[in-house]
Design a protein around this ligand. Sequence first.
Ligand SMILES: [Zn+2]
Length: 322
Amino acid sequence: MTMALCLFCGELKFGALCQCEECGEGSTGEMEIDIAFSDHRMTKKSLIALGRIVKHINESEAKPQEVKFWVFLKYIAVTCPGLLVGDFDFPKEVESEYLRIIFPPIKIDYTKQVDVNDVIDYLTGIIARVIVSDASWQAFGYKQRPRRGAFFRKFTKRERLNQEDFIKNELLIVALVDVISAMEASIEYKEARLSDDYRTLVLFGILDRLFTSKALQYSDEMLQYIENAIQSYRYADSSKRMEVLVSRGKNHLGAKSLPQIAFGAAVITTYSMSAIDLVLDRSRLADWLKSAIPVGDVNATSNNYSRDHVIKLCCRVFGSKN
Ligand SMILES: [Zn+2]
């Protein structure tokens, strides 16, 4: 059962929208606010601590009740940024009352709401860093990251391009698998923050960004390639990932490229590439995902791909294990 704070009297009650047994008041009329002060969003300890703030404000001279309520929201806006979405425009009397009251120090442990697009951009940034970094390419014997526009691609040997594309795609997908695993880990905790639906949406958003930026070239074959690669890397623990890379290199590029791929894989395994973030810290990422609740819709930025196909892939990625 949901434990919630009654914003009228400061006692705990059962059910965020239910009537308080202590004072008889019910919902504030704003469901978002009611839910924010429940154990969906913070620990019971934090709810009790905030109850002390409500009582403290109630004991103040502020009148009427409505002003007291707004003073409490002002307190929340200052001490828990991100708990409530939206900008409040506080009346002057609320501002001055807020400044007048000396609040007891309390500790609040809460989860923030963040725009799902910010989550997606953040995770895509982490993934893209892997191929932008020269160090990743140096592991495979390149002086630096190959930068080729469409014009230069025309004059580069097919074999060489295939190898570069292979390394780039594989490194991206290995990093993507790290993010997928972190998203799975984050919902294994009891206080699940990232719902199944949002996991799928976040993955969709990441693929949207990668296709839009052309970090991955969209095609139906590419989509199949990505899905196969995710499955290959996903259930290999991180020490075995590079063995998977070598065997995939053998299949996709043939024997000639193999020494270079194997060398790169060995370098990455030896140094575990922590310095260049190639092997992502999954537990840290899962912690980060736990600390924020994504809200809102994904802004898909490109029309250059089949949205349906990509979403289906995302559903399969998270559906296959259950
Ligand atoms: Zn109450």
